[in-house]
Design a protein around this ligand. Structure first.
Ligand SMILES: *Cc1c(COP(=O)(O)O)cnc(C)c1O
Length: 430
């Protein structure tokens, strides 16, 4: 790590636990210390020591246009000039809602919040308030933000650090969260047969992203839809990553499954803090001020964030945007797979649209158990070698790489070359 990053990290550790404001930013799972970012533009981030990296972290998903897109920056600047927050409604909120609903018709009514965590937390409250039931079903390795009810066998940071649960979550609350294996529809059927009358809903990442990318098996999402409907429970699709990522209309468009409630975040904020929850009007009309389910936010629908979201979603309407993303991501997938084959390291690349993970393991990776078999130590060697070669991947085996519209053919070629060399380094270090 560069000298300036090292100094800043040392000082940051005096203010923040582990020197960071979100645990996934620390490099503990891969060894070493994080670089501090000075600036970013397009496909690249530049650290405070002047090193530039081709970036696949993409702020963990939002930067689908690349960093500091000039039109998004201009929209934020323009909004800032007329005030940054009012605590009163603006037309920008309606404009962003219109763009979201055009892509996600299932969001008949929606509410803006400031993070994906808030969106998921609120969706659970709505599911419980609407059904009058307490139980929530989630899946192993599924991350839905850090609300109490959802920090049970969650992926991402929890999975990375091997602490699937958190201290500070009351057992009385956690017992209402029932966790089942991802992609196991029979387990869901069995649970509902036994306890269906207590279950408010099922929350699922329709393409898992927080244990690394794991696509749904054919029939899994359809099965969840059918089972929840039959038992009067709600299906909540957590599309915080997949929304406007795997398709414009998210996984619900890609797989043709209509949920009762949807959570969005990341891309819809265009790099500013936004979350959204919404769904059937009949359900959402139980939310205050119309109904008795309370949820509020001082900065919800913030004009800067709305402006960034509107501009981002507008730019994503360009003809061919998703075909372009698909082609770029497919090229990267192929490059990684070829590099892996040359290295003879057992590697499995999972990809849906422009999100992908190369798992160091043999055999299919289609649930939490198979994810856990991946060699995180080997990933650490690979990660560090890639960083040395100017490619920034997520500092954990159990995360996705995100391809953006700003990645050029040269970026993808350079990444493939770096991967070939880095895999050789990783193989030699075994
Ligand atoms: C990132 C994420 C969240 C939480 O969003 P934050 O904005 O980090 O609070 C929730 N669900 C999924 C699927 C996510 O990837």
């Amino acid at each position: 790590m560069g000298e300036r990053s090292r100094q800043l990290f040392e000082e940051a550790a005096r203010y923040f636990p582990g020197g960071v404001n979100s645990p996934v930013r620390a490099f503990r799972a891969v060894g070493g210390e994080p670089f501090f970012v000075a600036r970013a533009s397009g496909s690249r981030v530049t650290d405070v020591d002047g090193r530039s990296y081709i970036d696949y972290v993409a702020s963990w998903g939002p930067m689908i246009l690349g960093h500091a897109h000039p039109r998004v920056v201009a929209a934020i600047q323009k909004a800032a000039e007329t005030g940054t927050s009012y605590g009163a409604p603006t037309e920008l909120e309606t404009r962003l809602a219109r763009l979201i609903q055009a892509a996600f018709p299932s969001l008949e009514r929606m509410r803006f919040v400031s993070s994906g965590t808030e969106a998921c937390m609120s969706a659970l409250r709505v599911a419980r308030g609407f059904t009058g039931r307490s139980g929530i079903v989630k899946f192993e390795g599924g991350y839905h933000g850090h609300a109490d009810s959802l920090l049970v066998k969650a992926g991402s940071g929890g999975l990375t650090f091997g602490v699937p649960d958190s201290l500070g979550v009351p057992a009385d609350l956690a017992r209402h969260t029932l966790t089942l294996p991802y992609n196991d529809v029979e387990a869901v059927r069995t649970l509902f047969a036994a306890r269906g009358a207590d279950l408010a809903g099922v929350i699922v990442e329709p393409v898992a992203g927080n244990m690394g990318v794991v696509p749904p098996r054919p029939g899994f999402l359809e099965g969840l839809r059918e089972i929840t409907r039959r038992h009067g429970a709600l299906l909540i699709l957590d599309e915080v990553i997949t929304g406007f990522r795997v398709a414009r209309g998210g996984a619900q468009e890609l797989y043709g499954v209509t949920p009762d409630l949807t959570c969005l975040g990341k891309i819809v904020g265009g790099g500013l803090p936004v979350g959204v929850y919404g769904g059937r009007a009949e359900i959402m009309e139980k939310v205050a001020p119309l109904g008795a389910i309370y949820q509020a936010g001082t900065l919800s629908g913030n004009p800067l964030a709305m402006a960034a979201g509107v501009e981002t979603l507008t730019l994503l309407q360009a003809p061919g945007a998703y075909a372009d993303l698909e082609a770029k991501a497919e090229r990267l997938e192929r490059g990684l797979a070829e590099a892996a084959a040359a290295s003879r390291l057992p590697t499995r690349v999972n990809r849906v649209g422009s999100m992908l993970t190369a798992f160091f393991t043999v055999g299919p990776v289609d649930d939490y158990a198979s994810v856990r078999r991946a060699d995180a130590g080997l990933y650490g060697s690979f990660f560090r070698a890639m960083l040395d070669r100017g490619v920034s991947l997520a500092p954990s085996q159990f995360e996705a790489a995100f391809v953006s519209l700003a990645h050029t053919t040269e970026d993808l070629e350079a990444t493939t070359t770096a991967a070939r060399e880095s895999l050789a380094v990783a193989a030699a270090s075994r």
